[in-house]
Design a protein around this ligand. Sequence first.
Ligand code: HEC
Length: 135
Amino acid sequence: MLKQSIKQLVITTCVALLPLTLQADEFTKQDLKLWQDEFMTVVGEGRKVFTDPKLGTNGVVCAQCHPNGANTHPETYPKFQKQLGRVAQMWEMVNWCIRNPLEGKDLAVDDPRMTAILSYIAFERRGVKMEPGKH
Ligand code: HEC
């Protein structure tokens, strides 16, 4: 009987504390502006990387085939890519393009230039419905 009420007490306490642990961090309008500005700075860097011949070795740049991030379809990732023969993430296709048309070397997934490329592509396609896996 005592065991039962202790169990009940533990459950009640956990349920009561749950909203506290799930509460999001507090943030201000100033924070939101700062984060948006930071994001847009990275998008701008991505726009520059898209026309940077230093990413490859043959003078070819992303924007030649993907002007304004066209034909990149970020909303369809992850998806099966026949070039890789498996379900892939978008950064893997970015590296595929760096290795092939640009004849360059893969970027690490956490390379700031990779983040900039992915941010720019996603921003250019903002508002497009998510359709993972779609061809
Ligand atoms: C010479 C033309 C060319 C250049 C330059 C090029 N790409 Fe591509 N890119 C392609 C082709 C072709 C594909 C394959 C399309 C497919 O089958 O999905 C592709 C696919 C992609 C995809 C996946 C698109 C999808 O629909 O799933 C992304 C993302 C991408 N490229 C980004 C880049 C980036 C970033 C660069 C610069 C580092 C770049 N590409 C340079 C031609 C190019």
